[in-house]
Design a protein around this ligand. Structure first.
Ligand SMILES: C[S@@+](CC[C@H](N)C(=O)[O-])C[C@H]1O[C@@H](n2cnc3c(N)ncnc32)[C@H](O)[C@@H]1O
Length: 243
């Protein structure tokens, strides 16, 4: 299938498996295409020679699709615990012939069988169900996603102790401050990027956190700024997010 083709539109009733528009050339960006570029740019600054991408909540595989477009040489493993979603996504992903292994299992059970080489960067894309974690008044409570984001990070830490890690966490433009501060304090360094693709208050973003390494601060290229609503940089342990 053409690399720019979108995933087939299918629905399970339990999770939305949607085809995100695939920007061609100057086409309209989605937060997935944008975040794929930002995550890959950050991963490329790690000294680990190769990458092991793990998506513990694969859903449709859309995120993986965008990540693998920018990290084509990464080894990739993904987990999905809903058999119907797994079945539909497996069929779609097979059409794209991507170099990934999708398993139908709970992510924590799946992680126990994954081994990383010592020189591999473990790159986790973390997008669990938000459940009731998103409140219109306070924003996304990262401690109330299902499971809480910090618990997911700790699962990776216990399974890949010794590896350099990069977490790319799907977040919302507005987040409950205490849960955000608690999460970022766990990282050696972190960066928050919110993509201004929708009306204010309705935008998604990516919180990237590193463990075992600290990237040097970078300047975001001008070509990327037009899609970015905000980029908060904080490459120091425990430093609070700026305004
Ligand atoms: C928000 S969706 C992920 C969206 C995904 N990034 C995509 O591109 O479509 C979360 C997915 O995680 C699955 N899930 C929920 N809990 C899980 C668990 N403990 N282990 C593995 N998958 C889980 C859900 O069935 C759902 O498909």
């Amino acid at each position: 299938m053409d690399g720019d083709a979108t995933l087939a539109l299918v629905g399970s009733g339990r999770t939305s498996i949607l085809a995100h528009p695939a920007p061609k050339g100057g086409g309209c960006p989605s937060h997935l295409s944008e975040s794929g570029l930002d995550v890959a740019a950050l991963a490329s600054r790690c000294i680990s020679v190769s990458q092991l991408v793990i998506d513990p909540f694969a859903g449709s595989g859309n995120t993986l699709y965008w990540l693998l477009r920018t990290l084509p040489d990464a080894r990739t493993v993904a987990f999905e615990n809903d058999p119907l979603v797994y079945e539909l996504s497996s069929r779609n992903l097979a059409l794209l012939d991507l170099p990934l292994r999708l398993e139908c299992t709970d992510f924590s059970a799946g992680l126990e069988h994954v081994r990383a080489a010592p020189d591999e960067l473990v790159l986790a894309f973390v997008a669990p169900p938000w459940g009731h974690a998103l409140d219109s008044r306070v924003g996304l409570d990262l401690a109330r996603t299902e499971p809480p984001i910090v618990d997911i990070v700790e699962s990776f830490v216990s399974d890949f102790e010794g590896n350099q890690m990069l977490f790319a966490i799907q977040v919302h433009e507005r987040m409950e401050p205490k849960s955000l501060a608690g999460l970022v304090s766990r990282f050696d360094a972190y960066e928050l990027m919110v993509y201004g693709l929708h009306h204010a208050g309705q935008n998604d973003g990516i919180l990237m956190g590193s463990l075992g390494w600290t990237p040097r601060a970078r300047r975001t290229p001008a070509s990327r700024l037009s899609h970015l609503m905000c980029a908060r940089l904080a490459w120091k342990t425990g430093s609070p997010l700026g305004p």
